[in-house]
Design a protein around this ligand. Structure first.
Ligand SMILES: [Fe+2]
Length: 382
């Protein structure tokens, strides 16, 4: 997989993660409209941002900063700080800021909170940039957004304005932080050439798992097992590789499904279930923005089809369903049955295998179930 693939995936996931957290849905009837608006935002942003990830560091951060400022109204001043060990470098400033501000600040002297986004007293900034905020008499509100990569503070964006910050705006900025996490990681991948694509995609998958904790480890399990099935079927290496990546990202569309629905402990309403059923379509939409990922998008789109044609979203049946999608369907069901859910414990291995066998020829491709069962038995998996 080449760099643009990862980039698109990073953009897709991060923007959707971000737009998602913005949600303050009050009325169910607004949901579909909301989701389509957010998808549109993602598409607009992804094309814009694809260009800037390859830019030199300085321009890259300046552009990210401009995007962040664009998400808030009436920002008067703003600083983008990027960390390198114990020190932060002010890489971009916005507004009427003196030229002689200190460009390098100690991490421990910066405002910090356990939340990713928080407001701080203006006083803390005056301490931080003594020659920056001499206008301390002015009543300004300060919002800080901390951006972490792999648990480490990587960047900090500070916004100042006169009006106080609303909860919705803080949510937006928090979401933007998730987005920047993947974007900065991707930038460092592109510029350093030092990260593996797999690590990058796994990072993005972790964003999904953060949003939907019950899928923790699921994507990776499905990818590993699905590629073993593909291998056992004697598929060419290229197909095995595609099976792995498609399986790894098969549920990324869930990132735009409200977590209140994904993590609901009680029974889902019909409407909620219809919303969850859209995740293969969303996943397809994110991935298909890149020509390199379009093929994977197709496999993601069909991973909830059924052998008997009663699945979704297209209702394809039998061998009309792409082979890789059929493999993912079987392994996905297996891993879902074996995992604990909010409403039940994972099923025992024998019970899960029996379920697969009983639904072969209805929900599942019978030849794949056969191969899968023998794989589990031979290798003692699960
Ligand atoms: Fe799924």
């Amino acid at each position: 997989m080449e760099i643009p693939n990862i980039l698109t995936l990073a953009l897709g996931l991060s923007v959707t993660a971000n737009v998602f957290l913005i949600s303050k849905l009050k009325k169910r009837s607004n949901l579909n409209k909301y989701l389509s608006t957010q998808l549109q935002k993602f598409k607009d942003l992804s094309s814009k941002l694809r260009d800037i990830v390859v830019q030199r560091e300085e321009t890259f951060y300046k552009n990210l900063h401009d995007i962040a400022i664009g998400f808030l109204d009436e920002v008067e001043k703003s600083y983008f700080i990027v960390f390198d060990g114990e020190y932060g470098n002010v890489v971009s400033v916005f507004g009427d800021v003196p030229n002689n501000i200190s460009k390098r600040v100690k991490k421990t002297e910066l405002p910090f909170a356990t939340q990713r986004v928080y407001t701080v007293d203006k006083e803390k900034l005056i301490g931080l940039f003594p020659n920056l905020t001499k206008d301390g008499s002015e009543k300004t509100q300060v919002l800080v957004s901390d951006i972490f990569i792999g648990g480490e503070l990587r960047a900090k964006i500070i916004f100042e304005r006169k009006r106080s910050f609303l909860d919705e705006e803080m949510d937006t900025i928090k979401s933007l932080g998730s987005f920047f996490t993947s974007f900065i990681a991707t930038h460092s991948y592109v510029t350093n050439q030092g990260k593996f694509q797999k690590d990058m995609i796994l990072t993005i998958i972790r964003i999904l798992e953060y949003h939907d904790p019950y899928t923790k480890g699921h994507s990776k399990n499905v990818a590993t097992l699905a590629s073993l099935v593909a291998e056992k079927m004697g598929l060419p290496d290229e197909m095995i590789r595609k099976t792995y990546w498609a399986a790894l990202v098969h549920d990324i569309g869930k990132i735009v499904i409200p977590s209140t629905i994904l993590n609901k402990e009680g029974k889902l309403t019909l409407e909620e279930f219809e919303i969850i059923k859209k995740h293969p379509v969303y996943g397809h939409d994110f991935l298909s923005t890149s020509s390199e990922l379009r093929e994977l998008a197709k496999y993601v789109y069909h991973h909830h089809e059924r052998w008997d044609g009663k699945g979704y979203p297209s209702g394809l049946s039998g061998e009309d369903i792409p082979l890789i999608s059929r493999i993912i369907t079987v392994v996905d069901a297996w891993d879902a049955m074996r995992s604990d859910r909010p409403y039940r414990k994972g099923l025992p291995k024998e019970v899960a295998l029996k379920e697969l066998t009983e639904h072969a020829g209805m929900q599942f491709d019978p030849s794949i179930v056969k191969i899968f069962v023998s794989l589990i038995e031979e290798q003692g998996i699960g």
